[in-house]
Design a protein around this ligand. Structure first.
Ligand SMILES: Cc1ncc(COP(=O)(O)O)c(C=O)c1O
Length: 441
């Protein structure tokens, strides 16, 4: 079909990711413009963004500082390869990310998405063990309900069966249990105490299969896409101890938890646990230009010895690794986080957000509420024989009737406002959810 024969607003050609395309095209939800905490739809109706875009617009939409940095960069240097060459902004951004990272994680490998950031971490882990003469260490351990993107490595360690069902066989991996008690933990505010027992499951896996066969454990400091399952207070520390005991690398996938979602630059800081690698994406550019990255301990990178000045030690990279527009957006974004104290602002809003979301306890069909930082899950009982339907209807009603844009994880409504949210934005979102739940029954 030539472009002249396309109908204006034809919705047919775009195969939407992670979307029921049929339902969407019957009743579209079009976001046409944005600013701060708000979107406007294609009819000019103002909406409140309750999910920071897709967990990425942490400083609010269409920030002028970021837009100007991107425009300026596009006029100055549109593209430069980072294979064999480099450009000023990408070095600047890498140094700025390292400044925010836990001590020791002082190298950054750039990519274009969270999926690539996680994939890079897994590849580095395997390559590291080959380089230090432990080639048997090839296996990985993920966790139930985890999401590490959609590439084969990330899918293999991901714990959401719907995402991998159609695409196997995958890489061999083992899984830790979900770090949350779905029977007794319900309506817990913030982090539960303890949680070492969930981490101790790692010992059992290693004992069964031999620790010498494992390269890395990968976990999200907070299960995000899987439905906001909060990590208990002692859990990550215990995981770190077990990994150290057996010489296994610990990878934090901070694609969601990085850059302020938990009130700190990284979840690693909130929980005072230093992993060997951190995958990040999303908030690094405030969502304005795609970018991912993997922070790696210098002591790991050191083993990739380049034999000569002209030889490459790790054959990995993407055409757009550290793209100039993304790097410019990244530096401008980190400036905003710093200059507006946005991580601290999120920490201050957290108790208000917590009390507001937990006020939904008792609303029709609410079976659990979980929260940490500026992330919360309102889990609904599934409708009989139709898992996901009630959640979908709640999202539709929030969008079309209340002008609120939430995230959805099955029958769970996920709320993750930007770090610039006000108390009244939070109240507005929660009131809208309350109204919708009492209406849809
Ligand atoms: C923890 C985590 N890892 C990886 C990804 C994949 O990121 P992307 O969609 O940018 O590939 C996501 C996306 O939500 C994520 O939450």
């Amino acid at each position: 079909m030539s472009s002249t024969t396309l109908k204006p607003n034809d919705l047919d050609a775009f195969w939407q990711p992670f979307t029921p395309n049929k339902g969407f095209k019957k009743r579209p939800r079009i976001l046409a413009r944005a600013e701060g905490m708000n979107y406007w739809d294609d009819q000019g109706r103002k909406m409140l963004d309750a999910s920071s875009g897709l967990w990425c617009v942490n400083a609010g939409h269409c920030r002028k500082e970021i837009a100007s940095a991107i425009a300026e960069q596009a006029k100055t240097l549109d593209f430069s390869p980072t294979f064999q060459y480099g450009h000023p902004k990408v070095f600047q951004l890498a140094s700025r990310v390292v400044e925010l990272a836990p001590k020791g994680l002082d190298k950054v490998f750039f990519s274009n998405s969270g999926s690539e950031a996680a994939e890079t971490a897994l590849k580095v882990a395997r390559a590291y063990f080959k380089a230090i003469g432990q080639p048997n260490r090839t296996k990985f351990i993920g966790r139930e309900r985890a999401y590490h993107g959609v590439n084969f490595g990330g899918l293999s360690v991901g714990g959401l069966p719907n995402n991998s069902r159609a695409f196997g066989p995958l890489m061999d991996a083992d899984f830790l249990p979900l770090q949350y008690d779905v029977k007794q933990g319900v309506f817990t505010k913030g982090e539960a105490e303890g949680g070492e027992n969930y981490a101790d499951a790692l010992e059992a896996i290693l004992e069964k299969n031999g620790p010498e066969n494992y390269a890395a454990v990968i976990v999200e400091p907070m299960t995000g896409s899987g439905g906001v399952f909060v990590t208990p207070k002692a859990y990550l520390k215990r995981l770190r101890e077990i990994c150290d005991k057996h010489g296994i690398l610990l990878i934090f996938d901070e694609v969601i938890t990085g850059f302020g979602r938990l009130g700190y630059a990284f979840g690693a800081e909130r929980y005072a646990v230093t992993p060997d690698m951190i995958a990040f994406a999303k908030g690094i550019t405030n969502g304005a230009v795609p970018m991912g990255g993997t922070l790696v301990k210098g002591s790991i990178v050191e083993v990739f010895k380049e034999e000569h000045d002209w030889s490459i030690a790790m054959f990995h990279g993407y055409t757009y690794s550290g793209h100039p527009l993304a790097a410019a957006a990244g530096v401008a974004t980190l400036d905003l986080y710093r200059d507006e104290n946005l991580f601290e602002k999120a920490r201050k809003l957290e108790p208000v957000f917590q009390e507001a979301v937990h006020s939904l306890k008792g609303a029709p069909n609410v079976i659990d509420i979980r929260n940490v930082g500026l992330a919360a899950a309102v889990e609904l009982a599934p409708a009989a024989g139709a898992v996901g339907k009630r959640g979908y209807e709640a999202m539709q009603a929030l969008f079309h009737e209340e002008g609120v844009v939430p995230r959805l994880a099955g029958d769970t409504i996920v709320l993750a406002p930007a770090l610039i949210a006000s108390e009244s934005d939070v109240q507005h979102i929660v009131e809208a959810v309350k109204k919708v739940l009492s209406r849809i029954g």
